[in-house]
Design a protein around this ligand. Structure first.
Ligand code: GAL
Length: 392
């Protein structure tokens, strides 16, 4: 009998021990795939940023919001971006959103602007290209407005349009409003009458048009005046006074344009400028500190990374001045193998901004990664230091 009780106790201890080892194993396993989480009941908690690593949402799935942007609304951050699939960079689903209270742990809010069915003939038919979406809230109309870069299906990058979608609720669903080229029939504010006629001449005159400085002179502005200016890589910036601006690559990606938005954020107001002509800037991301505007961009090498650029201005309307690469540390010459997409202001923390970039994987965009790093100021100029792991 005694022997029997002893055996029973031994069995219970052994069983408990096996259970313990099992729990420990599954915890450390979660740790590896879920970006340092702690398991807390069913939730996965992430407590630090791990730039370049797989970043899972609260369901344990790799976040799918590329070329994105983040806004803060009623106590939460909302991150929207391109939903990517494997095998193509084209839009098969649409624009996806996530929400978070702490910037580490993100809840999937699903596709907020869906592509239209194949053969629908819609501007956002499945298979089109939807890139770099940014969402803004318009206080006057109470509407949420998404702006993104749109390329029509089967036309490569030729359409070069921006597109606008709206919703009464931040988490959508968003309704497509329209897509267009920019500022039809309107010359930029920063081209004098003389410069305008030189631009026309350099576009019309074959010999002149072939010269490199014809791009600087604005031959593409003249060429696209009737149809509207090309609009590709982009961001939206809302200034302290509520005025919003669309900043985008134009003129065959040679020159950035900054166009003011109408008060309802649905259209361009018609006021626009060209900046850094001929510098081929893409992937614009912007922030403002102590009255100065800081613009971070990439060069123009498609999905492949290149060296980040920095520019500063005392006014959104320029003049913009270029400064050296703001990145420091491992792979700083290649933007840490990423490409800028947005600068996010951390709420309730003085002078705290996060540089957001994408590590593209064109062979399987589902595996594309995110780089989030703090923007620090040294001698009043932004710098971005590489860090494998960091927290706010
Ligand atoms: C990049 C751009 C991306 C995408 C890609 C296509 O330069 O930043 O958003 O358009 O080119 O090759």
């Amino acid at each position: 009998m005694r022997k029997h009780i002893l055996m029973k106790r031994l069995f219970i201890i052994l069983f408990g021990f096996i259970l313990l080892i099992n729990c420990k194993f599954s915890y450390s396993h979660n740790n590896v795939i879920n970006n340092s989480p702690e398991t807390n009941s069913n939730e996965v908690l992430i407590k630090n940023f791990h730039p370049g690593e797989i970043w899972t949402d609260m369901n344990g799935k790799h976040i799918n919001a590329h070329g994105g942007g983040v806004i803060f609304y009623e106590g939460k951050y909302y991150w929207i971006g391109e939903h990517k699939d494997s095998g193509t960079s084209n839009a098969l689903a649409g624009i996806r959103m996530y929400s978070s209270e702490d910037l580490y742990n993100w809840k999937d809010e699903g596709i907020v602007l869906a592509v239209d069915p194949e053969n629908s003939g819609s501007d956002i038919e499945k298979g089109c290209i939807m890139e770099r979406p940014k969402v803004v809230y318009n206080k006057k109309t109470g509407k949420f407005v998404i702006w993104f870069h749109l390329e029509l299906k089967n036309k490569g990058y030729k359409a070069a349009r921006y597109a606008v979608a709206t919703s009464d609720k931040i988490t959508g669903p968003y309704r497509m409003e329209y897509s267009a080229r920019s500022c039809k029939d309107i010359w930029p504010l920063n081209m004098s009458l003389k410069e305008r006629s030189e631009a026309i001449k350099s576009f019309q005159d074959k010999e002149e048009s072939g010269k490199e400085n014809s791009v600087l002179k604005g031959k593409f502005v003249a060429r696209d005046l009737k149809e509207g200016q090309m609009s590709r890589d982009m961001t939206i910036f809302v200034d302290d006074d509520g005025k919003a601006y669309h900043i985008f690559s134009s003129e065959e990606n040679a020159t950035l344009h900054i166009a003011e938005l109408s008060d309802d954020y649905l259209y361009h107001s018609g006021k626009w400028i060209r900046i850094l002509p001929g510098r081929s800037n893409e992937a614009p991301a912007i922030m403002k500190k102590d009255g100065k505007y800081w613009l971070i961009t990439s060069g123009c090498t498609g999905w492949a990374p290149n060296k980040a650029r920095l520019a500063v201005s005392e006014s959104i309307w320029g003049p913009w001045k270029e400064l050296p690469n703001p990145c420091r540390g491992l792979n700083a010459e290649k933007t840490f193998n990423g490409q800028s997409t947005y600068i996010l202001k951390v709420e309730g923390k003085k002078d705290s901004w996060i540089f957001m970039a994408d590590i593209w994987k064109p062979e399987n965009q589902l595996d594309s990664r995110y780089i989030w790093l703090p923007i620090e100021f040294e001698n009043n100029v932004p710098v971005i230091n590489w860090n494998d792991e960091w927290g706010l």
